[in-house]
Ligand binder design. Sequence first.
Ligand code: 5GP
Ligand code: MN
Length: 342
Amino acid sequence: MILKGFNELKQFLERPKNIVIVGHRNPDGDAMGSTLALKFYLEKKGHKAQVVVPNQYPEFLHWLPGSETTYRFDWQNTQVQKAIKKSDIIFLLDFNALHRVGQDMQNTLEDYKNDFAMIDHHQEPDEVTYMYSDTSISSTCQMVYHFIEMNNDLDLIDKNIATCLYTGIMTDTGSFRFRSTTSTTHRIIADLIDKGAENDRIHGNVYDSNSYNRLLLLGQALSNLHMLPQFKTAYITLTNEEMKKFDFQKGDTEGVVNYALSLKGIIFAAIFIEDAEQDIIKISFRSKGTFSVNTFARNYFDGGGHTNAAGGKSLLTMQETINKFTSLLPEHQQELIKSYEE
Ligand code: 5GP
Ligand code: MN
């Protein structure tokens, strides 16, 4: 755990400030939940706070309280530049390095003259002035809860804050089943329910809001599932053509990689998705046990993340990417076999 400049930050926030809160590109439940929860909290403390995300976030998060007030860097650039210009500090939530916001927004952030404060749970964070980094914690939302706790402000958590925090903890822990889920996580969840988070509605809003096409796309993904039992590995591919066929919308492929990981005996899973917009193959990696997909993604696919969940990209074609991936497996065979005792 790294806690840097916390007392100075506390002092700095003793007077009302203009604050911008930034989440990562392709925001997920944890990015949206943590930025919005922090915004509500800082507003309660007398500050002005504006959430900015680089681009679109999935439809299944649009119901989150406060989400209608967020700015998108790619759509509302003028408003974002204005908000950043008049801000006294920028909070960076749920990401560890400025490049995670995408090139255009990264340039804007690199020109920023005031300080950054980072709250994040990814490995190897960039150096910024104020930092709360802990890779052992389930989610940035859980860290925002601890941040509020460190400020002795748990009584300020209202229904909106509780709802946002519950959402991010739920999505980042795969509904409280990943190893990062601790008894502390459950105690926090219990407290958030006491403070107004309607757990059944939140689960319903996020997980039971599929479009017909999304389920058909899942069917397509599952029919593209490949298994390499000798490496305890399985992977899924989705081409641009397949995604177009089922009217792909942002967020439609979220969680699909977990189906590959759910196969009995499989401890390493990947999904390769053609991203026509960026002309890359976007990859998600998942593992069980000690095999670090963070290291794997960093070493071979220009990415990173956590030990058991990471992402990366490839500039090769789909077939070349798959060839590269499968040709890397033999040298990791022992690690893969030893990673996880069933
Ligand atoms: P997902 O597979 O759900 O997109 O991401 C899993 C985890 O890996 C997340 O914590 C995410 O922040 C991280 N991640 C995903 N893609 C990248 C990437 O391209 N670079 C880095 N450094 N991390 C990534
Ligand atoms: Mn997260």
